[in-house]
Every structure is written in structure tokens, then in C-alpha cells.
Design a protein around this ligand. Sequence first.
Ligand code: HEM
Length: 223
Amino acid sequence: MKKLVYALFSASVLLGCTGTAVSAGNNSGSNIPGYDAYSKSLETSPVTPEEFALLQKTIFFGPEDVKALRQAQKILKPQITEILDTWYGYVGANPHLLYYFSNKESGEANGEYLSRVRDRFEQWILDLTDANYDQQWLNYQHEIAKRHHSVGKNRTDNVNSVDHIDYRYMVAFIYPITTTIKPFLQNGNASQKEVDAMYEAWRKAVILSVILWTHPYIKDGDF
Ligand code: HEM
């Protein structure tokens, strides 16, 4: 059984590598199935712009970080396939994480689901490093939040997977998603000081995102 799951997983990685081509820049993700960052019919984020501004202030996220992220995008974009290979390799090597991409009944990893999420994940990297952090961005973070939670998981890809990603892993994922990016940032021509600034900015942007993504998990009034 384990072998079969890994075989399916490898197939999905392969599919992901040859799947939808993604280019950077604004609105470039609009052709990716289910990637709704630019949709005007998104629910308004329950996090107000004022609350979001204070969150940014709390973690010292400012214009210098936005600038560093733009620089990071140029370095990360040509390596996007390798970055996704790293992250999917990590998920595939951990059955307790691969579980969240599995069929609810059979327990087998759903290769098509993995592949479709991978395409959106690629675009997310390009958009996170190019975001204006405005109301539209905030609204899409709430949509991504719902897609990880039982209120919205599986809907986008119309899959029969497990209903919910457990909260503890949402927070835990901050570590692999941040620490693994550093070697990729070092592959550009940036100075060590610039690499450190890009890494810090990436870390803050991921932390901000995950805070917003955990909103549906927190009971009313406690966020
Ligand atoms: C730092 C934390 C995380 C990041 C940055 C991240 C990133 C992403 C992104 C960018 C997407 C696509 C969003 C879209 O639809 O546009 C996504 C979807 C998804 N992620 Fe995560 N994720 C995180 C935590 C997790 C964890 C812990 C798991 C469990 C292994 C997971 C499993 C999934 C699944 C199954 C989907 C598809 C959900 C659906 O629409 O049905 N993610 N994630």
C-alpha cells in the first residue's frame, strides 16, 4: 500500500513539473484552474485593513520587506520547479502529511489533486513576492484559509479527499516553508546581506499569511 501511495505521489510530481506553465507578474495566474486571486467575487476578509496594518507593524513588516520580496521573486522564479519538488518531496516522504491529499475512502494519494494544488502553489510564490498586500490580497488570503479548513477544502478541485487540515500542521508548516527557501535565495547574485534581507522578508510574509489562514480555525471573537 505504502509503495502504491509513493508511486502515485511520484506520478503527481511528474505531472506537476509538466503541468500548467506559470509566468510571473500581475494576473499571470488567472489561467490556472481554481486560482482566484483576482476574482472580484471573493468574500471580504473578516480581518479589517486596520487589523492587518497592526499585524504588519507587530512583525516589523514594511516597505523594505516588500522591496526585498520583489528582488527574491527574480531569483526564485527560474527555480520554481525545484522549489516545488523540494516541498512536494517533503510532503510525499511524510505519510501523515500526504494524508491530506488522499482519497477519503481508499486512503490513496490523489495525484490529480496534488498536481492542481501544485500549480496554484507555484503561482502563490510568485504572487506573495509581488503582492500589494491590499484588500484584494487580503480577501484571497481568506479564501485560501477556507480551502485548508473544512468549510472549503476539496471544493476547488471537486475531490473526495479528507475534509480538513488540522490546525497544528498549519502553524508547523511555517518552518519547512521558510527554512528551505534560503538555499534558493543564495543561488542568485545577491550579496549575503541582501539574501538575509530577502529571507527575513519571506519569513514575515509567510507568517502573515498563515496568521490570516488560521482565521476559520479560531472561535468567534478570539482571533
Ligand atoms: C505554511 C503553511 C502552508 C502554506 C504556505 C501552504 C500553501 C498552500 C497554497 C499556496 C495552496 C493553494 C491555494 C489556492 O488554492 O490558491 C494550498 C492548498 C492546499 N494545501 Fe497548503 N499550505 C500550508 C499548509 C498546509 C498543510 C499543513 C497541509 C497539509 C499537508 C496543506 C495541504 C494543502 C491542501 C490539501 C491544499 C488544497 C486545498 C483545497 O483547495 O482543497 N497545506 N496550500
